[in-house]
Design a binder for this molecule. Structure first.
Ligand SMILES: Cc1cc2nc3c(=O)[nH]c(=O)nc-3n(C[C@H](O)[C@H](O)[C@H](O)COP(=O)(O)OP(=O)(O)OC[C@H]3O[C@@H](n4cnc5c(N)ncnc54)[C@H](O)[C@@H]3O)c2cc1C
Length: 490
């Protein structure tokens, strides 16, 4: 089985567990750095509920890698950064692309076959088809766990035993996240319920959106009528911790939401203090940068299109731009901000890294991106080198930052898990220098929408340049791209 060329001078192998998007990319990056890899993949011996083949990097659902616009879309930017870093996943996606407008979509079988062939043929990579049932043994001094959202139960139990019961989730419960600068503060106001300051707060920690009775009733009707996505049979029905989808709460009674996440108590509308709101939607700061706010208690199984339409009915969110829409899925992931350091190493077990969706990123591209970083960090460690994390201004760095520390844990929901899986998006990027957005010469009207596009373009250009510098590649050759297309749903 082993095709690793052994020589007395070659470094010891790094073990990667899981040959999905993240594990395949991690193995490729390690081998590209000249370090041998043993990749353990259980399919072929044991399947998962969603995978259908034994191929590496199988895409379990959509065949889309989403927007490929590197000039003004965070997903396109991470594509470009990964290409710069020699990503196998991006190379195989590019060579098996199918027409999909501004998105990068692939022939799923051709893509997976290409990844499998590249990995199996690499002289420094050995693929072992086996289920790893426990944490890597101590002899595997450097290892990466990249077993994804459907990590086998035995390994999940071992991870839980190492990290603690509350540090590994088996379902996500994702509330939508809104870009702060798309919220209408002429309608909304900052206030914590009863002005409570709490341990790290100011008494003005939430953004509040008021509704009158007619608006509330129309909103409840829309939630009940909205199209939702069912659970797959193998997912079960994960209504846990009292964490019901918002539309299920609405179905349980017209007043349920008004006595639950939309209760108006302890809040006074700063724009209209004498009129009591009938219901209030609250948004809480989600990242340390203060650019993203999550809709408190709004986990949902509504389809993405329905979510955007219905949530824009909320006063103040009529122009909301969503960094992430809501969801509720079977998903195994660890509480990375607490457990991992900046190089994705488990703080309690030096040498053991995590990569991919199990770290709390979301999506094919993001999982592969975190695999890329884990592979590079592990290879550098094996070679006795120190690899600095990519700058926070890059897409890779901003996603890594979110996973390993950018997310805010809420003080006022003790016991509830507030770290939820996240796609890459511009809300994770640090703001531009003040004064960066200036009206171009010769342009008469420079509206809010134009400013948003310019901001995205500047964030993208900064990211690509900083990524090229991080990789020691000088300046980044920007590829021409179409005008900003919206991100696709999965
Ligand atoms: C049903 C479903 C639908 C999804 N749809 C989409 C979508 O349309 N678009 C999107 O971007 N994302 C989607 N996702 C998320 C998607 O799974 C991830 O984005 C991506 O596949 C994660 O990559 P990964 O490498 O972390 O995990 P995976 O790609 O799942 O790879 C993990 C690998 O580890 C192996 N493994 C597990 N346990 C063990 C073990 N103990 N020993 C050895 N090997 C093991 C598995 O067999 C698998 O090959 C979906 C997820 C699910 C569950």
């Amino acid at each position: 089985m082993s095709n690793i060329s052994s020589s007395p001078t070659s470094p010891a192998a790094i073990h990667v567990v899981g040959g999905g998007l993240a594990g395949s990319e991690a193995a490729w990056q390690i081998a590209s750095a000249g370090v041998p890899v043993i990749l353990h993949e259980m399919r072929g011996v044991r399947g998962t509920d969603a995978h259908k083949t034994d191929g590496l990097a199988e895409l379990v659902c959509s065949n889309s890698f989403r927007s490929d616009d590197a000039t003004a879309n965070a997903v396109g930017v991470i594509h470009a950064e990964m290409r710069l870093a020699g990503s196998l996943i991006m190379a195989c996606a590019d060579s098996h692309q199918v027409p999909a407008g501004g998105a990068l979509a692939v022939d799923r079988d051709g893509f997976s076959d290409a990844v499998t062939e590249a990995i199996e043929k690499h002289p420094l990579i050995t693929v072992v088809r086996e289920e790893v049932q426990g944490l890597p043994p101590k002899e595997w001094d450097l290892a990466i766990i990249a077993t994804g959202p459907l990590t086998s139960p035995a390994l999940a139990a071992a991870i839980q035993a190492e990290t603690g019961k509350d540090q590994l989730a088996f379902f996500d419960a994702i509330a939508p996240i809104v870009h702060r600068d798309s919220i209408d503060m002429d309608i909304c106001w900052y206030q914590s319920r009863y002005d409570k300051v709490g341990p790290g707060g100011t008494g003005k920690d939430y953004i509040n959106c008021p509704m009158d009775e007619a608006q509330y009733n129309a909103f409840v009707d829309a939630l009940i009528a909205g199209d939702s996505v069912g659970f797959k049979e193998w997912e079960g029905t994960p209504y846990f911790d009292g964490c019901l989808p918002i539309e299920v709460m609405a179905e349980r009674g017209r007043e349920t939401l008004r006595h639950g996440p939309m209760k108006p108590m302890g809040l006074t509308n700063a724009h209209n203090p004498t009129v009591k709101a009938y219901a209030v939607v609250q948004l809480r700061q989600d990242n340390a940068l203060g650019t993203l706010y999550n809709m408190v208690g709004f986990q949902t199984k509504l389809k993405y299109g329905a979510q955007a339409d219905i949530f824009r009915m909320i006063p103040g969110l009529q122009n909301a731009e969503f960094a992430r829409l809501g969801g509720l899925h079977r998903n195994t992931y660890i509480h990375s901000p607490v457990l991992l350091d900046r190089s994705l190493t488990l703080k309690s077990r030096p040498g053991l890294r995590f990569a991919g969706q199990i770290t709390g990123c979301e999506g094919y591209v993001e999982s592969a991106a975190i695999g890329l970083l884990a592979g590079r960090f592990a290879a550098a460690e094996r070679k006795g080198e120190t690899l600095p994390a990519p700058p926070a201004t890059t897409a890779l760095g901003s996603l890594l930052g979110h996973i390993t520390g950018g997310h805010l844990v809420s003080d006022d929901e003790p016991g509830k898990r507030s770290f939820q899986p996240m796609n890459v998006n511009f809300g994770l990027f640090p703001e531009l220098e003040p004064g960066s957005i200036v009206k171009p010469e010769g342009v008469k009207r420079f509206r809010g929408k134009d400013k948003t596009v310019m901001k995205r373009q500047l964030l993208s250009a900064r990211a690509l340049q900083d990524c090229a510098t991080w990789l020691g590649r000088g300046s980044h050759p920007r590829k021409a791209s179409p005008a900003f297309p919206p991100d696709r749903d999965r």
